[in-house]
Design a protein around this ligand. Structure first.
Ligand code: HMG
Ligand code: MG
Length: 300
């Protein structure tokens, strides 16, 4: 059966904007997050405390984060290392995310580390974050769970190994990333089945699909059928990863909410307000949203 409720983990302000060529002013980002919070979304990833030269678009994290911290929503941020954790904690962040890779090629491209060196870098981050208090929540992203632009299809056991390592480290939740959008529903089912067989509780799993091949919704449905109730999406379908050629936008939050609403699954999100937010953001970015649902509902 399908779940009664799904938590949408909104990544538009982070995954969506990190790849934008033109610099988006900090005030526009703050207003974007404010408007997203006004749609009923409860988890809105705000930015990343990474090296500013690696992701220039998010170099304003220190300016942005205090501007949105008053919002009554969770505002997770990405932290690759202790330096990033220190920056996030100094501003009051209570939800942080480390981001691992299932493949050596992407670990090198994204983190300048091997897979295991990256895990060693995250270990003190997770330990120190959890030591801050019971209300601190740590997400572990895992990229390239299905296919990798350099290595091709990624074997399921290779993904399961890194998932286990992240959970053993103390991550509260994992997000299974299809960074370049090559997954198909059978592959999603195979990975979730293998994780269940490895005693990974499905309640600790989220899915993170990019929509390069138009499979993100089908993949999401396959994940829901396996008991997943946390789904990452980006308003208007913004997004991509600057370190993974061929990564396009995430599953659009509007497309997700449209499907879930049709299935009678509650998200708490006001679709009309969300579409209006993406149309507003598209005007700032100077191009229409790639989301089919945004286009259908806005005559964009
Ligand atoms: P490195 O060059 O190996 O860094 O990069 P280092 O540890 O050797 O440090 C070098 C210098 O950087 C030092 O300064 C550090 O202090 C500084 P120096 O002493 O030379 O003056 N530094 C920092 N400064 C500010 N904030 C920091 C920080 N860390 C070090 N946090 C590093 C290693 C991890 C830093 C770098 O590779 C990096 O920042 N990578 C970030 C990549 C990224 O953000 N990618 C996008 C997010 S992942 C994604 O999009 C996928 C996802 O959506 C899921 C999916 O779709 O699959 C999550
Ligand atoms: Mg992503």
């Amino acid at each position: 059966g399908l779940p009664a409720r799904v938590r949408v983990h909104e990544v538009g302000a982070r995954d969506g904007l990190q790849n934008e060529k033109a610099t988006v002013p900090t005030v526009v980002k703050a207003e974007f997050i404010r408007r997203l919070a006004g749609t009923g979304l409860t988890t809105i990833e705000a930015t990343s405390f990474v090296h500013p030269k690696w992701v220039p678009q998010l170099a304003d994290a220190e300016d942005l984060y205090p501007q949105v911290l008053d919002l009554p929503v969770s505002l997770p941020v990405l932290v690759p290392n202790e330096r990033g954790l220190d920056r996030a904690l100094a501003l009051g962040a209570r939800r942080v995310a480390v981001f691992a890779s299932a493949t050596e090629s992407f670990a090198r491209a994204n983190l300048n580390r091997t897979v295991d060196e990256a895990l060693a870098m995250f270990e003190p981050v997770v330990t120190r974050a959890k030591a801050q208090g019971a209300d601190v929540h740590v997400r572990g992203y895992l990229s390239m769970c299905f296919g990798d632009p350099w290595e091709g299809p990624v074997p399921v056991p290779q993904v399961v190994r890194v998932c286990k390592a992240l959970l053993d480290m103390g991550c509260d939740e994992l997000s299974l990333g299809d960074t370049i959008g090559v997954a198909t529903p059978g592959h999603v089912t195979a990975l979730l089945t293998a994780l269940a067989e490895a005693d990974v509780p499905v309640s600790a799993l989220g899915v993170h699909f990019h929509d390069t091949y138009g499979q993100a919704l089908a993949n999401t449905l396959a994940a829901l059928q396996r008991g997943v109730t946390t789904v990452d999406a980006s308003a208007g379908g913004l997004g991509g990863c600057p370190f993974a050629k061929s990564a396009t936008g995430n599953l659009a939050t509007e497309d997700l909410v449209w499907m879930l609403r049709g299935l009678g699954i509650d998200t708490g999100v006001d679709l009309g307000r969300l579409v209006a937010t993406s149309v507003w953001m598209a005007a700032h970015l100077g191009r229409p949203s790639p989301s089919r649902t945004v286009r259908a509902l806005s005559h964009q």
